[in-house]
Ligand binder design. Structure first.
Ligand code: SAM
Ligand code: SF4
Ligand code: SF4
Length: 341
């Protein structure tokens, strides 16, 4: 079915779908899955609770019929889901309302990417974003609370670029007092590499990461720090709704992005819907509840019923949490490791 994209109460079209394929992860980043909470006795979703690849592809197909043109796989760690390339293959065949291919991307911690990149590219994945918070070995291990090394992630980035999954975006969450001294080493490492380094303000997602405003280094502060050593010039956005503001090195060594969700919220352009691993739709990263689709999927609902449910969730959406930060209180915000950023 074709037609214009559905719009929410604030007139924002539905354009993006983020699919969290698992709540599991091989890292325990202290700001996302602190081990005190996600330790040995944490209960993850059982296999039977997760949407199957066919169920995910069905939901994605309906989302595309409602206007989605970009799909991003995330998690937890998406590469913890076995044979993820099977899902990529199902999604790669989707066509947007305009008739073109869907833009298919993935966000990963990169630890397993070196061995998976080629299979994912062969299955139809277009691009990857890789998270990397530090180049320093000890700090990387401390922040990810894992035995993986930054080398493994850098190898994953290189493999992704070789497989044609570029330009690779590299996401660094900056936590003041923790890894801000890694900003310039990261800049020096990635300048001129063709990969796009993006800095993310530390956000108050979920309930468990002990967020404090004084640990946020703002995008403006990050930009000034870099600009003092490597002058930057502003670059116009590629398209409306882009979350990162773009800056180019004046000497032509490429560009960086700043994701200023805390200091300069971008809810007015937020066109993203999120699907949780067990089939709940969320209309905001800071939502306190999702809308169950799995029951519909598993009780034989036809596409029209699913479409009505998903479209209905979007058209009643009013979320703009980041613009209202400090004015609203949420008791049960969804966790980042469940919904995937
Ligand atoms: N495991 C994958 C990864 O780390 O790339 C995908 C899921 S992870 C939840 C998605 C992104 O959210 C990562 O780039 C991560 O650094 C970011 N993230 C997690 N918690 C965050 C927080 N409190 N503030 C800002 N970004 C956060
Ligand atoms: Fe895992 Fe990604 Fe969360 Fe780190 S940020 S714990 S890699 S899901
Ligand atoms: Fe979108 Fe919610 Fe983030 Fe605002 S706070 S940009 S509505 S996900």
């Amino acid at each position: 079915m074709t037609g214009p994209s559905v719009r929410d109460r604030l007139d924002r079209p539905l354009r993006d779908l983020r699919i969290s394929v698992t709540d599991r992860c091989n890292f325990r980043c202290t700001y996302c899955m602190p081990r005190e909470i996600y330790g040995a006795d944490h209960v993850f979703l059982p296999r039977s609770a997760l949407l199957s690849f066919d169920e995910i592809a069905r939901v994605a197909g309906i989302a595309v019929a409602l206007g989605v043109s970009k799909i991003r796989l995330t998690g937890g760690e998406p590469l913890m889901r076995k044979e993820l390339e099977g899902l990529v293959g199902l999604l790669a065949g989707l066509r947007t309302l305009q008739g073109g291919p869907v833009d298919l991307a993935m966000t990963t911690n990169g630890a397993l990417l070196a061995r998976k990149a080629q299979a994912l590219a062969d299955a139809g994945l277009n691009r990857v974003t890789v998270s990397l918070d530090a180049l320093d070995d000890a700090l990387f291990r401390r922040m990810s609370d894992s035995d993986f090394t930054p080398r493994a992630v850098l190898d994953g980035i290189a493999a992704a670029a070789r497989a044609g999954l570029g330009p690779v975006k590299v996401n660094m969450v900056v936590r003041k007092g923790m890894n801000d001294h890694q900003i310039l080493p990261m800049v020096r490492h990635f300048r001129g590499s063709g990969h796009i380094l993006r800095f993310i303000e530390f956000m108050d997602v979920g309930q468990t990461n002990g967020w404090r405003m004084d640990e946020v280094m703002t995008g403006a502060q990050i930009r000034d720090l870099i600009d003092a050593e490597y002058p930057l010039t502003s670059v116009a956005p590629h398209e409306p709704g882009e979350v990162a503001t773009r800056w180019a090195y004046a000497d032509g060594a490429g560009e960086i992005g700043l994701i200023t969700s805390v200091s300069q919220p971008f809810c007015g352009n937020c066109t993203r819907m999120r699907l949780s691993p067990e089939g709940r739709l969320f209309t905001c990263l800071f939502a306190d509840h999702g809308h169950d689709l799995r029951a519909l999927l598993r009780t034989g609902a036809d596409d029209e019923a699913l479409r009505a449910r998903m479209g209905g969730v979007w058209v009643t959406r009013t979320d703009r949490y980041s613009e209202l930060r400090g004015q609203v209180h949420r008791d049960h915000k969804v966790e980042m490791s469940y919904i995937g950023g």
